[in-house]
Design a protein around this ligand. Structure first.
Ligand code: DQA
Length: 137
């Protein structure tokens, strides 16, 4: 199986940014443990702070891969275009969030992506990504 983990804006600063919310592990470090855990899965990782690059990546893998685990960061709450990209592709997308966005500011309670995703996993810290991969397998 081919699965892409796709991270959006500011998630390159995991382990540095707002540690009380997002923890102190970098994603690169965490991704190594995901690779080891899912050794039989062809797991790849892409991060971008740019909306266009995220959409481009969805187009690139979206007719070929078996699944995408997507944390679009703040674009979750703003991007009609990423929502449309998910609807446009064939590959199922699982939306994930590290934090429980429903315990946070009201502007984080709405997602433009969820409707077009296979499911949503949130609030389990980095383990949300592991659960997202499990769900696709
Ligand atoms: C996030 C939640 C978003 O509201 C926020 O903008 C992020 C991270 C999460 O994983 O908890 O950047 O997607």
């Amino acid at each position: 199986k081919k699965i892409l983990v796709l991270n959006g804006p500011n998630l390159n600063l995991l382990g540095v940014r707002e540690k009380s919310i997002y923890g102190d592990q970098s994603f690169e470090e965490f991704f190594k443990s995901l690779k080891a855990r899912f050794a039989d899965v062809d797991l790849s990782y892409f991060q971008s702070n740019s909306e266009g690059a995220i959409i481009g990546k969805l187009h690139e893998v979206g007719f070929e891969y078996d699944g995408v685990v997507l944390n679009a960061g703040a674009y979750t709450h703003t991007s009609v275009a990423i929502g449309d990209a998910i609807a446009a592709i064939k590959t199922p997308v699982v939306e994930v969030h590290i934090s429980n966005v429903h315990q946070r500011e009201a502007f984080r309670h709405h997602s433009y992506l969820s409707k077009n995703c296979k499911g949503v996993i949130l609030g389990f810290g980095l383990d949300s990504y592991r659960l997202g991969i499990e769900s696709l397998i």
